[in-house]
Design a protein around this ligand. Sequence first.
Ligand SMILES: Nc1nc2c(ncn2[C@@H]2O[C@H](COP(=O)(O)OP(=O)(O)OP(=O)(O)O)[C@@H](O)[C@H]2O)c(=O)[nH]1
Ligand SMILES: [Mg+2]
Length: 457
Amino acid sequence: MARSYLDIKADIAAPATAPGRAALAVVRLSGPGAIALCSPCFSGRRALSALPGYSLAQGFFVDPASGERIDQVVVSVFRTPHSFTGEDSVEFSCHGSPAVVLRVLSVLESQGFVPALPGEFSFRAFVNGKADLVQAEAINELSGAFCETARQDALARLSGLLSSRLAAIRTNCLDLLAGIEARLDYPEDEGPEDEGAVRAGLLEMESSLVELSEGYAGSRLRREGALVVLAGRPNAGKSSLFNILVREERAIVSPEPGTTRDWIEAWMELGGYALRLVDTAGLRAADGGIEAEGVRRSLGLAEIADILVYLVDGRQKLSAVDDDFLAPRAGVLKVWNKIDDPACSPVPPEWIGLSSKTGAGIQSLKKVFLSRLGSGLPDTAARREAQVGLAGERQKLLVDRALDSVRKALSSLELAATLDVLALEMREAASFLGEITGEILGDEVLERIFGSFCLGK
Ligand SMILES: Nc1nc2c(ncn2[C@@H]2O[C@H](COP(=O)(O)OP(=O)(O)OP(=O)(O)O)[C@@H](O)[C@H]2O)c(=O)[nH]1
Ligand SMILES: [Mg+2]
């Protein structure tokens, strides 16, 4: 039968490191009986069960059934409540081969441990009050952070910066609601001055929620990276710019128009951001076949780009193809390429002059990328903290729902609706906010959230 996260009495085991060959591998255990159950598997100067919390010991991992030594290990012991999960926990640092890890896990299973579900350690930390849901999600984000900005924001969320921002809004909401509910119980106390305070409180909540909701696009770029698409007519120099940005001869460059037939991509790092840079097929009227499909793909990528760069060959006049592309796309970054060539026309206003051949202008282009990503300001710790926003669609959706309820509450005030209606909307807002940090949540939702975590986390 499939195990459930709610089975919190089970003693769980999982590798906490990636499978494959490595110097070390960590096998993690947690549960009410974790220390007693694995103690017979450790042979050292002292019995594992006698080790105090926060201690390390060196010895052998053995199979208690046969006495066979399986690996030389270092064991770390954590005693409830002073552990990541809040339960008794043990970590074996073994040698990092699949053979060792598989044997260790199979011995632990025969001792009574069950394989942990993905994210089950974090789930237990959550149910034992070690982390709220935003912090538990931040732990998973830190494990998966693949750029500096993602790491910084995940750590800030883990330290509770976002949780306290959300808690302040929710507390404000609950305080206002308590006043309104008191008036519902004792209507004779109702006075006009209270209404002004409620409106002011709701407006403050509205602006805090709008700030969070609108900041989401920026925090998504910091977490997931930005899609940067290079588009333009054939021969504009897109593949040359792509190569110079990724510092590698990745894309084929040639004087023959239509060299790039299908898009290619590479990741690059800029100012701590991850950029997924995409080189596309040149845009021109094609009669069908492979080239037309390449053009269709280029246009599709242009639609979903976070930053869209449009290159032209500065030696040629702008054509109808350029105008057709640029006219409906206001935010395009326009690049005037080949400025090294004496035949290149002067760079028009609003265009960035560049040479993909010599690299002239590349730094200015990178600066524009950074300012588009919202990082034009000096990188201070205070700025980073102020920027810590929402992580993931779940949090964004709930903030938007809370915002909707706050706005409905405000309009119920304007329309002089009954206090019941106002209280109902505010209860909704408080409950959506509570769902973000996990104060209010259904079991099914929790299982879905933690099920997306890494194994052993
Ligand atoms: N002088 C000069 N030549 C350049 C520059 N950038 C690209 N070229 C040349 O222009 C030609 C086309 O360059 P590519 O980078 O292949 O152009 P593309 O936009 O990828 O072209 P397609 O793949 O056909 O769409 C090549 O001969 C490049 O060497 C530049 O900045 N200066
Ligand atoms: Mg090309």
